[in-house]
Design a protein around this ligand. Sequence first.
Ligand code: ZN
Length: 118
Amino acid sequence: MRDVDLHRAEERLRARLTEVEQLVAAQRALAAEIADSGKDANTDDEHDPEGSTLAWERQQASALAAGAAAERDVLLAALARVADGTYGRCEVCGRAIPEARLEVRPGATRCVEHAAAR
Ligand SMILES: [Zn+2]
């Protein structure tokens, strides 16, 4: 089986990393903005339906930011594997992970077979 094209993989990872970092920043800014607007508004949260909606929206933004931050960590780990030459190999069996799988999940550390067995 052909080895992964590390140069292409790195470009793909960096492009995705840029997107994810923008997403983290945007969602964190949104969460902060919502938190601020909540502060300025009527502080009577419990009896204010607007207040609980804002809290929920802030939670959603924080959750999205956390999810994107987790993906960023996965991508950074993948870039480290590109650097040390282990990228694209299953951590269980050591076989090459198919290019098509890496295109969909650039941070994949296992082949389809072993990802399913987890
Ligand atoms: Zn495997």
